[in-house]
Design a protein around this ligand. Structure first.
Ligand code: NAD
Ligand code: DAU
Length: 343
């Protein structure tokens, strides 16, 4: 890892670290910073999963704490001894936010505020707010820069925009050393199987249909989770970036149908499995990011080739059925699936 200066012996707080991206990030921190300690604070909602952190169970530089980022007392206890906080904790699924947005507003806005208050009180050296490209809303023209207007179109994206701006306000008003990131769609191992990649891969493995919303022509910029994490590490360490927003993307723009076809090809599945279903309300047709700022400031670029990343990801789900079968066979997941798709 780079010459990390103050982060060398730091204590990192990773909120939401039992989820998909946060668990990849926590594992990277333990590996990349041999002198550092890592604490994960996670509520373990339906999306939080201790199986994602198994590799760290025996690591004495790692601690897991179960707790809610909306709980100021718990957050204070955990954050007091930390140097850096990277906030992944959030309700993250657009479709669920269209059903009931209350937990999104609570966690993604209020919870972020609770963390920032503690960061201010304890004088944290860096606070990274993991925001999303969804805050810009639909992007049909040129890829957007960080100064483009925020026009979120669904309650998840609007809640994340709230967290994103409350984080900026703590920098502007109180000088908390905040960095805000807006990444595009991640794919990789350990992703809860309600999101496109793990849902489609595991459905093919089970011989089930692939529910494509509407035409399936909606495009996203797909980035491998490890590329996202490497960008976050670079920004966590960088000097002179406080108060700035950074887009993180890889330029792999592909439609939902493109992804479905690639997955079917890798798994020898029949195209007959593709089933067009009712479209998602306010379904943004495209997201596309201009990433000049992160390239210029920290010389970061995504490295993982999309087809290689996809084939590794497909292999991981094929070889780790235990991980997703446990989730998919549970009552919480089955009820969700029935409500969403078996209408
Ligand atoms: P995820 O749903 O897999 O994980 C979220 C984690 O947060 C879970 O472990 C959950 O238990 C925890 N959590 C939820 N509410 C909490 C609370 N109140 N207190 C403590 N913990 C809580 O999500 P993910 O895909 O890993 O996303 C992580 C972060 O990255 C989110 O902030 C998301 O908005 C952002 N993001 C995700 C993507 C993507 O493509 N997945 C892209 C850009 C940004
Ligand atoms: O862009 C970043 C965002 O990416 C993150 O902020 C979110 O946390 C993350 O969930 C993701 O949001 P999306 O809505 O883009 O991801 P999802 O996997 O739900 O959907 C991706 C695309 O696939 C989208 O165009 C909708 C489509 N889709 C999704 C599902 C679950 C389908 O066509 N059918 C499906 O069953």
């Amino acid at each position: 890892m780079a010459d990390v200066g103050w982060t060398e012996k730091a204590k990192f707080l990773v909120t939401g670290g039992a989820g998909f991206i946060g668990s990849h990030f926590a594992k990277r921190l333990v590996k990349d910073y041999p002198g550092a300690r890592v604490v994960v604070l996670d509520k373990l909602t339906y999306a939080g999963n201790l199986d994602n952190l198994r590799e760290l169970e025996k690591e004495d530089r790692f601690t897991f704490v179960r707790g809610d980022i909306c709980d100021a007392e718990k957050v204070g206890e955990v954050m007091e001894s930390c140097d850096v906080c990277v906030n992944f904790a959030a309700e993250t699924h657009v479709d669920r936010s269209l059903g009931d947005a209350s937990s999104f507003v609570l966690t993604d806005v209020y919870g972020t505020h609770v963390l920032l208050e503690a960061a201010r009180r304890f004088g944290l050296k860096r606070f990274v707010q993991v925001s999303t490209d969804e805050v810009y809303g639909e992007i049909l023209g040129d890829p957007v820069s960080e100064d483009s207007p925020l026009m979120p179109t669904n309650p998840y994206a609007a809640s994340k925009a709230g967290g994103d701006r409350i984080a900026f306000s703590y920098y502007a008003s109180f000088g908390v050393p905040v960095v805000i990131t807006r990444c595009s769609n991640n794919y990789g191992s350990h992703q809860y199987p309600e999101k496109l990649f793990p849902l489609f891969i595991t459905n093919v493995l089970e011989g089930k249909k692939l529910p494509v919303y509407g035409s399936g022509r909606n495009t996203r910029d797909w980035i491998h989770v490890e590329d996202h994490c490497s960008a976050l590490e670079a920004l966590m360490e960088a000097e002179g970036v406080e108060g700035l927003v950074f887009n993180i993307g890889s330029g792999n723009e592909l439609s939902v149908l493109d992804i479905a076809e690639k997955i079917l090809r890798l798994l020898d599945g029949s195209e007959g499995l593709i089933e067009h279903v009712t479209d998602r309300p306010a379904h943004d047709r495209r997201y596309a990011l201009n990433t000049d700022r992160i390239r210029a400031k920290v010389d970061w670029a995504s490295r993982i080739d999309f087809d290689q990343g996809l084939s590794d990801t497909v292999r991981w789900y094929r070889e780790n059925r235990w991980w997703w079968e446990k989730i998919k066979s549970g009552e919480t997941y089955r009820k969700y699936y029935e409500k969403m798709y078996d209408r």
